[in-house]
Design a protein around this ligand. Structure first.
Ligand SMILES: C[S@@+](CC[C@H](N)C(=O)[O-])C[C@H]1O[C@@H](n2cnc3c(N)ncnc32)[C@H](O)[C@@H]1O
Length: 214
């Protein structure tokens, strides 16, 4: 799959401005002053296949597309990428800059309805960069249930956890993932990011294992 044609540097600057403009208005929805940097985006994208069978990837909290563009460039031909973003200005910005990606404005908590509207039964991967550690427990759990419920039995989800998050909230988040996934790991921290962050990878949703076995 291929990406847009605008020169990368001016596109990065435009994205940074658009991101900051929205993040200062709704900091609790962002948890970060800047889009993910290239090293972090590459680390997430590298988890996905770049050849072989087409795959279905859903991204929650796509922002200005720092992860979206790298994922889109990587996936094998015939794959689907659905990018969901709550902020209406950023969703429009992303749709304009990555016209080849299926961008939907909406709340990730409405994931089942958004997937149904897009004609997707199950995703192989759900990539997230939601502000997980800032969310109240009930909201976090509802979102995580939606993520786990959207995946195939062998599917996996990712989350970005910033090093600025409170350690107690990070532990709670990891436990919430472990309650819903068989295998949860955290990749090495990417220090060349603002703020530094690590990618949590959660494989094999428990609910899908049970449904698969019955
Ligand atoms: C830290 S930013 C990440 C943006 C981008 N993926 C990146 O890595 O640069 C978090 C994004 O999640 C979006 N977001 C927050 N809550 C959301 C929700 N419930 N549903 C969809 N998007 C949400 C925010 O609007 C923001 O764009």
């Amino acid at each position: 799959m291929t990406s847009g044609t605008r020169p990368a540097r001016s596109r990065d600057r435009a994205d940074g401005r658009a991101f900051l403009c929205r993040a200062v208005r709704r900091p609790h929805l962002f948890g970060s002053p800047a889009p993910s940097g290239a090293p972090l985006g590459t680390q997430v994208a590298n988890l996905l296949p770049d050849s072989g069978t087409p795959t279905v990837v859903v991204e929650l909290g796509a922002g200005t597309g720092a992860l979206t563009s790298r994922i889109h460039q990587r996936l094998p031909a015939g794959s689907r990428l659905l990018a969901i973003e709550l902020d209406e200005v950023l969703a429009a910005h992303l749709a304009a800059h990555l016209p080849a990606v299926d961008v939907r404005q909406g709340d990730a908590e409405r994931l089942p309805a958004l997937l149904a509207e897009a004609g997707i039964a199950r995703a192989d991967t759900v990539v997230t960069s939601l502000p997980w550690t800032l969310l109240p427990g009930r909201r976090r759990d509802a979102l995580l249930d939606a993520v786990a419920g959207a995946l195939t039995p062998d599917g996996f989800a990712t989350a970005i956890v910033t090093r600025t998050a409170l350690p107690g909230r990070v532990r709670e988040l990891r436990s919430a993932f472990e309650a819903r996934f068989v295998e949860v790991t955290t990749l090495p921290t990417v220090w060349r990011n603002l703020p530094p962050a690590a990618v949590l990878v959660a494989r094999r949703p428990r609910a899908a294992q049970i449904a698969d076995a019955s």
